[in-house]
Design a protein. Structure first.
Length: 451
């Protein structure tokens, strides 16, 4: 076996980690720090080694105008280096270190230094960052995937991740991870997991990063670069797909809870041939989201599922997608509910859209009486409009003077839309319906057919 694979429980590795830990506890710096006069505050890792670690990621020399978050900053070399390159830097660690504060004072640094645990990271608390550094933290977490989701929530462009890894294994599914219940890794009580390199990459994608690249594995540590965006399409584009709807895979409604693990189900049509997970590029509010599953629904129709990105605030959100080198599809709108599961105020558009043309309306009795939503059946209305982007809160139905928002909205192409209203009570005979978009005028009434 290689040294990497037997790191957990290996006596020589344990002794190496204990020696490093004793040096740190004896107030020896882990990071060396170069001062403005050229002198060095010595640490276990020399400045040249730290520079080489950062160089692996290809970070630009000029970070002017960028906002950087350094998670697990320790003595602060990476924080101060990003500040030297022009970035506005926030550095966090689970404890406040005197070595960081001393270096900050000697450098005249303005880095915003805070004592926070990974579990406390949120966009609400810290804001968003162009670049997030996550070096030597992941394997210290009891919930590593949750930690990566915290990174994603505050990242708008790129996350640079470095972690301890075990050796890759030759098996059908190489994405494996060791779990250390006690102090099996290096004799340290806070080393909880050892992912394989494939597992580390897969977890980064599962957290929601669009592009993940394994750059290096050196001395049992893997360097991974994670991007929030897909590559921009080439100048010459293939025909774009048509996105019919984006709904919650549990309820088939375009609504999601703010704090639940829920999946976006995209129904779309593609003019090309076979669509695979690797071909599909889903975007939510412009950020790339990896697809988990793609399935054919017949006649050029497809279904794709992806995890709803973490950190979406209550309100309207937009999905688009691309297939291969195609252009972006038309948008589909979904709503994130608040913590109590309610629709937030202000999600309906205030635009006075043109009066829609009602094509037909039909009442369909419920096919599944186990469900509470739509137990009395569904009102299905087809209409035509030139409006390109509509959410359920934008489509109003008038039934005998009672105005309600639609529950489901689908774009069928050629300016034709379908909206569904899930009924709590049966419709009276001879009922008719009117429809308006936004704060526009009502359409002419349309008689409701019974199926």
């Amino acid at each position: 076996m290689s040294e990497v694979r037997v790191a957990a429980g290996n006596a020589a590795f344990d002794e190496k980690i204990r020696s490093m830990a004793e040096s740190v506890q004896a107030r020896t710096r882990y990071h060396s720090i170069e001062l403005p006069d050229g002198s060095i505050l010595p640490g276990l890792q020399p400045v040249e080694h730290l520079r080489n670690r950062l160089a692996l990621f290809g970070l630009p020399e000029d970070l002017t105008g960028k906002r950087v978050l350094d998670i697990g900053a320790w003595d602060g070399w990476f924080s101060f280096e990003c500040e030297r390159r022009g970035a506005d830097v926030v550095a966090i660690d689970c404890v406040e270190l005197a070595t960081f504060l001393e270096a900050k004072e000697l450098l005249g640094s303005k880095v915003d230094y805070r004592t926070l645990d990974v579990a406390e990271i949120s966009a609400e608390k810290l804001g968003k960052f162009d670049i997030v550094l996550f070096f030597g933290v992941l394997y210290h977490l009891r919930h590593p995937l949750l930690g990566l989701e915290r990174v994603l929530e505050v990242c708008t462009d790129v996350a640079l991740i470095e972690s301890f890894v075990i050796e890759a294994e030759a098996r059908a599914i190489p994405t494996v991870m060791e779990f250390y219940e006690r102090a099996e890794l290096g004799g340290q009580l806070d080393n909880w997991c050892g992912p394989s390199p494939e597992c580390l990459v897969s977890m980064c994608r599962s957290a929601g990063f669009a592009q993940v690249a394994l750059l290096s594995i050196t001395s049992q540590r893997a360097s991974v670069k994670c991007l929030r965006h897909w590559p921009e399409p080439p100048a010459l584009l293939e025909p774009e797909p048509w996105l019919v709807s984006a709904v919650n895979s549990r309820t088939y409604l375009p609504t999601f809870h703010q704090f639940k693990d829920e999946y976006i189900c995209c129904f779309f049509k593609s003019p090309g041939g076979t669509v695979t997970v690797e071909d599909l590029q889903v975007e939510v509010d412009g950020f790339g989201v990896p697809a988990i599953l793609v399935a054919a629904n017949g006649a050029g129709a497809w279904q794709a599922n992806c995890l709803r990105p973490v950190g979406l605030v209550p309100g309207r959100h937009t999905v688009t997608l691309r297939v291969g080198a195609s252009g972006r599809s038309n948008p589909a709108v979904f709503i994130v509910l608040d913590a109590e599961g309610r629709k937030p105020a202000g999600i309906a558009t205030s635009v006075a859209h043109p009066v829609p043309e009602l094509c037909s309306a039909e009442y369909q009795p419920s096919a599944d009486l186990r469900l509470t939503a739509g137990r009395a059946g569904t009102l299905v209305v087809y209409f035509r409009t030139t409006v390109r982007e509509l959410g359920t809160a934008d489509v109003w139905l008038d039934l005998a003077g009672d105005s309600v928002q639609s529950d489901i909205i689908s774009s069928l192409g050629d300016e034709v839309w379908q909206c569904n209203l899930l009924l709590q009570k049966a419709l009276p005979v001879q009922e008719s319906v009117r429809l308006r978009l936004g704060v526009g005028e009502w359409s002419e009434p349309q008689a409701i057919r019974r199926m």
